[in-house]
Design a protein around this ligand. Structure first.
Ligand code: SF4
Ligand code: SF4
Length: 217
């Protein structure tokens, strides 16, 4: 019947309106900002940079590879890579971003930067109240504002953050194992070299044999 959908919609609205006086479940609105609905885990607004440990500058996972900057569709990420390397949170020497800015007035919350980052260094935040009275720089967020701890990441996206932690722990374990094997191989090579130096091949004898053969001829 023509208009059936409209009637159903109006009936649902009426049920919620009158029902809200007797049933809290029917109260579909809240008095924002005093009241807030709990955010679902999949909520995403703008990206932030994850750091490990207590020192945000030292612990930033970002190694300034520029991949997110290149892939960002509206080009609102601006990175300047360091010339030197410094130890990251696990002590590995890495490049780091001297500058990492995101213009959130341009960002369209597509999450592509998160998907392409090979280091799990950038994730989506749930913070959306970012309005500012500084129309020229207030929405250009610098790395000190973008940096948020791994604990914060766990708080806003617990399931995802736990999976990332497990994958990172596995990678770090593999890296440690690789370093251990490389160190063992280097030690074995050094020992073999030292043994060869301590017991040189009997080169002189060989030469004498050669000269006697020469003399016999
Ligand atoms: S956030 Fe990730 S993809 Fe972007 S520069 Fe840093 S490490 Fe590379
Ligand atoms: S969420 Fe999308 S638009 Fe925003 S910085 Fe990341 S890639 Fe760019």
């Amino acid at each position: 019947m023509l208009g059936n959908g409209i009637i159903k919609g109006l009936a649902e609205t009426a049920r919620n309106f009158f029902g809200s006086y007797v049933d809290k479940e029917r109260l579909t609105t809240v008095q924002f900002p005093e009241e807030r609905l709990p955010q679902i885990e999949g909520t995403r607004d703008f990206p932030f940079l994850v750091y490990d440990g207590d020192d945000w500058e030292k612990g930033l996972r970002c190694v300034s590879c520029h991949i997110c900057e290149k892939e960002c569709p509206p080009k609102c990420i601006f990175i300047e890579k360091s010339k030197d390397k410094k130890p990251d949170a696990v002590g590995k020497l890495q490049f780091y971003p001297v500058r990492f800015d995101i213009d959130v007035s341009v960002c369209m919350s597509c999450q592509i930067c998160v998907e392409v980052c090979p280091f799990d260094a950038i994730k989506m935040d749930v913070e959306f109240e970012l309005s500012s009275d500084d129309r020229f720089g207030g929405l250009l967020h610098h790395k000190d504002k973008l940096a948020k701890s791994n604990e914060y990441y766990h708080k806003i996206h617990p399931t995802e953050a736990a999976a990332v932690d497990a994958a990172l722990a596995e990678d770090r374990e593999k890296e440690k194992e690789k370093q251990k094997q490389a160190a063992a191989a280097a030690a074995a090579a050094a020992a073999a070299k030292a043994a060869a130096a301590a017991n040189p091949p009997p080169a002189a004898e060989t030469n004498t044999d050669a000269s006697s053969k020469e003399e016999t001829k």
